[in-house]
Design a protein. Structure first.
Length: 485
């Protein structure tokens, strides 16, 4: 199958930091279909050779195991092309169309790795130039919109040029192997399904913690904040994967229909429940990994009195028969104690304890980062016999499954998987427009409540696990975050 992959924003951060390394890995693993071309488009004048040199230099900053050697790069570089485009000029889209049509590849994937405020204009121009035939797909990278109205407006314009199945919305968390494993755990194994409900599960926690700060993206981040950057998309997508009903088939719309139902079942926020169930924080100076770091307000390009949140913790519920009354806690933040993404499923304790002194309930931890694995916490007899008072004391142990070790040679990174899926037209891991809009609808009352609250975010020390109020939020239900248990 021949393909043309066009990267708008071909010299930008996303392209060289994530997309090119992922494409190279796909190439190295022999997964990139033969007969492909990768065309980077950007504003400045360059030749193909100059662009290849630019990308080769950028590879020096990539994780060493993922760097190409000279021979590998030379072969990969043959796929790379460059074209100057002024994205406001209709004739430049005509030129692109001629370039694409001259070869007539089976599939054309247009990846918009540009600033999202250009998406409507680019999609409009692509449609006007006729670059939207049935063999064309457009890939939209987040953030898609700033709130419900802007997301709907983007969708309206995209829909004017592309059919739903041609518009692929990326949430790179869905490409992570751990998310595939979550689907496999739930729908490829019968073991957990009978337990996957309110009768057996006490609460579920999703943590997406980062130790990095906002880096050089202070201006972008300050317009965004943790709620829009991580909760509206990544955390909610993980929640849908955990809470959805078994889909009738492993097919894009079957899966996305079920995810949408979860989003529609989320308990809506009111002004009162935002005040009670949502905690926003902002990091101040501290120490992360032994290094002193500045506070958010001292980061480059951040306004002096910004109220932008770099941390969010919230409590919600999925209002349906399976999950009624089970709290779902979501938490994300920058400059936290570590880079750790996991989902913790806390099971209910035994109904009638016969082993005194051991109250711990079972826990399943689905680890996304830094490792990709599963941990099942159980209580077991150590074998040391009863205590002097004749009691059998149980100790916590865990069954650990490390997927990186189990399938060492076959692991595929998030962007690699999603780019290959986009080329092959597999839509299971892309977000449908109605899911995205529903996620905004749910988040919007939080944004509104914050806009009216002059209190601003609560400070937390960089290198901590966020404001104390985040622990209090969950302690109220008699629970604790994973690191406090
Ligand atoms: C992006 C956010 O979507 O996800 C970033 O915009 C964040 O702020 C990143 O750092 C985290 O992704 P990952 O894969 O490193 O956990």
């Amino acid at each position: 199958m021949s393909f043309d992959l066009v990267l708008f924003g071909g010299t930008g951060d996303l392209t060289w930091r994530k997309l090119m390394p992922a494409l190279f890995q796909a190439f190295r693993h022999g997964k990139l279909p033969a007969g492909g071309r990768i065309l980077a488009v950007a504003r400045d004048e360059r030749t193909d050779t100059e662009y290849r040199d630019y990308i080769r230099e950028k590879f020096a900053g990539v994780d060493e195991a993922k760097q190409p050697n000279a021979d590998e790069f030379a072969r990969f570089a043959e796929l790379l092309h460059y074209r100057r485009m002024d994205l406001s000029q209709p004739e430049h889209y005509q030129g692109l169309k001629q370039w694409v049509d001259a070869r007539g590849a089976d599939t054309v994937v247009l990846f918009l790795a540009t600033s999202p405020n250009l998406f409507p204009a680019i999609c409009g121009q692509l449609g006007a130039a006729g670059l939207n035939g049935p063999h064309v797909r457009v890939v939209l990278e987040k953030p898609l919109g700033h709130d419900l109205a802007s997301a709907q407006e983007i969708n309206r314009i995209v829909a004017g040029a592309f059919r739903e199945e041609q518009a692929l919305r990326i949430d790179h968390y869905l490409g992570k192997p751990a998310v595939q494993n979550l689907m496999a755990l739930r729908f490829g194994n019968a073991l957990f399904e009978p337990l996957w409900r309110r009768e057996s599960i006490a609460n579920i926690q999703i943590t997406l913690a980062e130790s990095i700060g906002v880096g050089t993206r202070g201006d972008f981040y300050d317009q965004t904040g943790a709620l829009r950057d991580m909760i509206q998309n990544h955390a909610l997508q993980l929640l849908t994967m955990i809470a959805m009903e078994p889909p009738p088939a492993n097919e894009a719309d079957a899966i996305r229909d079920e995810k949408l139902k979860v989003l529609k079942s989320l308990k809506p926020f009111t002004r009162e429940s935002v005040a009670r169930d949502v905690v926003r924080g902002q990091y101040k100076a501290g120490t992360v990994g032994g290094q002193a770091v500045v506070g958010y307000l001292d980061e480059a390009k951040v306004p002096a009195h910004s109220h932008c949140e770099t941390f969010v913790a919230l409590r919600t519920e999925v209002q349906n028969w399976r999950w009624a009354g089970v709290p779902f806690y979501l938490r994300t933040g920058k400059r936290l104690a570590g880079r750790e993404a996991h989902i913790v499923v806390n099971f209910r304790p035994v109904p009638h304890p016969i082993f005194p002194g051991t109250t711990r309930a079972n826990r399943l931890i689905i680890k996304l980062q830094p490792e990709d694995g599963l941990e099942l916490h159980l209580l077991a007899a150590k074998g040391g016999g009863p205590t002097s008072s004749g009691h059998e004391v149980l100790s916590p142990v865990s069954l650990d499954l490390d997927f990186d070790k189990a399938f060492a040679s076959e692991r595929v990174g998030g962007y690699e998987r999603l780019l290959l899926d986009a080329i092959a037209g597999r839509l299971n891991l892309f977000v449908r427009s109605d899911e995205q809009v529903q996620a905004w609808r749910w988040v919007e009352p939080i944004l509104d409540a914050w806009a009216e609250d002059s209190g601003g975010p609560r400070p937390y020390t960089a290198g901590s696990w966020g404001p104390a109020a985040a622990s209090a939020l969950i302690a109220r239900d008699g629970c604790a975050w994973a690191e406090e248990q």
